[in-house]
Design a protein around this ligand. Structure first.
Ligand SMILES: [Zn+2]
Length: 134
């Protein structure tokens, strides 16, 4: 389990004080008597924040990979489009296929990674906020 002593925020003055693990503790700055329930909530909040920080890190890494994979798949589509373009018997179906492959490939290459990056940046800044804390 968690160690018995850790820093908790005084609900009255907001300064960090050492939680000695007793049923009540007294703030050495403002003298407020703090009940266990008041700091138990903080304990959960703190743990939840840590879990979210780890989770966001994982999501940020995943999004980075996702952007790369998307571009690799996009290149396959673009290459397929080029193959279709230079196919000897150029028929209407090939034109459609070329447009689809090119269009989809270009969209995946240029648009999707940007969207993924934007999402990643949002999560990054949220994570930074969480780390720097209240
Ligand atoms: Zn205090």
């Amino acid at each position: 389990m968690e160690p018995k002593s850790k820093l908790v925020k005084c609900p009255r003055c907001g300064k960090m004080i050492l939680d000695t693990g007793g049923e009540t503790l007294t703030c050495k700055y403002c003298g407020a008597l703090i009940r266990r329930e008041e700091i138990e909530g903080q304990r959960d909040e703190d743990l939840e924040r840590k879990i979210q920080i780890v989770k966001l890190k994982w999501e940020i890494d995943m999004l980075e990979k996702k952007a790369k994979v998307t571009q690799v798949v996009a290149l396959v589509f673009i290459i397929l489009g080029i193959i279709m373009l230079f196919s000897p018997a150029f028929k209407i179906l090939q034109i459609i296929a070329t447009v689809i492959f090119f269009g989809f490939g270009l969209f995946m290459y240029f648009v999707l990674p940007q969207k993924i990056d934007k999402l990643r940046e949002e999560k990054k800044s949220l994570r930074t906020d969480l780390i720097s804390g209240r």
